[in-house]
Design a protein around this ligand. Structure first.
Ligand code: UGA
Length: 445
């Protein structure tokens, strides 16, 4: 198939975290980009240079007169492009599979409105999806699997300075893919905000489509397994009177283990980990393989939240009209995203218990669950007022720096449940708080 020589004009389908970050990063490196999203309100905001994600650097990029346009019209988005990058959502179905309906409609729109070009699938999709599209809806196109590894809250930084670019396709697509990402691969990227780039190039891994798709699931599955493992060790340490903070330092100092992703907590969440873990478990089971470790990691994550609830119930037993100051709703610090957030799951459990929850999160000022026993307030002190307990559910640095004595003074009770291991137990105790949670200090003889 001979493709037109327009490799550096790119259509991006989907203006979510992955699509918008990819689109803006490519535009920042000089590519001409057209972003397509069916959400007309979002397109209108982007045209006004408004950041719909609350991600660092997005506003700055939107205001930088980049060669990027936004549209809800596929014909306009795909006109004369050499690449179309697909970054639509792949949520979970009831059975735990990835719901590919958005991807299917993107593929249908591409086949209908675009001339033959290269199509890269950036969404996390079950192994074999790119192969299937290449032999069905996108038969007239060259399909590449090109999974994305960016973190929310770091979307632009991770897109412009990824720790790897992974892609799978036919041998004739390799150099075109390298060319598309050349400035990023070579780290020849103009500095942006406080970010500067280089000198080391970014590794590029080229393989078949199925391996690229599975590499993405494998990465997320490994990370959740690491987190569930560290949460289990934290639970064992608490039972045995050992200090998990000291233990994770030792673990992290072994370069084979590495220091990141070792902070224990009430569990992992977000729009990717739970969905991808369930989807990999489901496709493995369907292929006849029981992925025992992954299944255990998922179960452990559910149990971790229940364990926190059990401890809270025990600590608060007998108190009438229990009020909780919940610190955090986002699934992690640095984002307003509270989809599949352990903090929200905990809030739900507490509300179901009949407790009154006043939650504060620096980035979340409204959400659906509010009303039935849950109120969102404007400051940590507001959340702590008259509370029987403060529960830290998201690892925001401002919680770690909070003035514990003033919080204690505002409370009715004295319990501080640190669900993210960000408070020094000794500092809490000296502020008059009873420190409990995932990381209790070692028990002295
Ligand atoms: C995750 C991966 O880190 C990205 O590489 C991947 O591209 C992305 O999913 C995706 O598949 O799209 P993200 O969902 O932004 O990124 O979240 P993470 O920063 O990985 O955090 C996930 C969860 O793990 C959060 O709930 C966080 O609080 C928890 N976590 C993380 C811990 O409990 N302890 C840690 O030490 C680190």
């Amino acid at each position: 198939m001979v493709l037109p020589d327009v490799g550096l004009t790119v259509g991006v389908v989907g203006a979510g975290y992955v699509g918008l970050a990819t689109a803006l990063s490519l535009a920042w490196t000089g590519r001409t980009v057209r972003v397509l999203d069916r959400d007309e309100a979002r397109i209108a905001r982007l045209r006004r240079s408004e950041d719909p994600l609350g991600e660092p650097h997005v506003s700055e990029l939107l205001g930088s007169s980049l060669p990027i346009t936004f549209t809800a019209d596929p014909a306009e988005a795909f006109d004369g492009v050499g690449w179309i990058l697909v970054a639509v959502g792949t949520p979970t179905t009831v059975a735990g599979h990835a719901d590919l309906s958005q991807l299917e409609s993107a593929a249908a729109a591409i086949s209908r409105y675009s001339q033959p070009c290269r199509v890269a699938i950036r969404s996390t999709v079950p192994v074999g999806t790119a192969d299937r599209l290449a032999s069905t809806t996108l038969r007239a196109f060259r399909v590449v699997a090109n999974p994305e590894f960016l973190r929310e809250g770091m979307a632009i930084e991770d897109s412009l300075r990824p720790n790897r670019i992974v892609a799978g396709g036919g041998p004739e697509d390799r150099s075109a893919m390298r060319e598309l990402y050349a400035p990023i691969l070579e780290q020849q990227v103009a500095s942006l905000g406080g970010l500067s780039f280089g000198p080391d190039p970014c590794p590029f891994y080229w393989m078949d489509r199925r391996s690229a798709e599975l590499a993405k699931y494998a990465s997320n599955a490994f990370l959740v397994t690491k987190l569930s493992f560290v949460n289990e060790i934290a639970n064992v340490a608490a039972s045995l009177g050992a200090d998990i903070r000291a233990i994770t330092e030792v673990l992290g100092s072994d370069p084979r283990i590495g220091p990141s992703f070792l902070r224990p907590g009430i569990g992992w969440g977000g729009s990717c980990f739970p969905k991808d873990a369930r989807a990999l478990d489901a496709v493995a089971a369907e292929s006849g393989y029981q992925f025992l470790i992954l299944r255990a990691a998922i179960e452990q994550n559910n149990a971790q939240l229940q364990r926190a609830m059990r401890e809270l119930r025990a600590e608060l037993a007998g108190r009438p009209g229990i009020r909780i100051g919940l610190f955090g709703l986002a699934f992690k610090a640095g984002t307003s995203d509270h989809r599949d957030s352990p903090a929200v799951a905990l809030a739900r459990e507490m509300v179901a218990e009949g407790w009154l929850v006043r939650a504060y999160d620096p980035a979340v000022s409204s959400m659906q669950l509010t009303g039935a026993g849950l109120t969102i307030v404007g400051s940590p002190l507001d959340a702590a007022r008259d509370a029987d307990a403060i529960v830290i559910a998201t690892e925001w640095p401002e919680f770690a720096r909070a003035d514990l004595a003033s919080l204690r003074a505002a409370m009715k009770g004295d319990l501080l449940f640190d669900g993210r291991c960000i408070i020094d137990p000794a500092a809490a105790e000296s502020a008059g708080l009873r420190y409990r949670g995932i990381c209790p200090p070692a028990t002295a003889d």
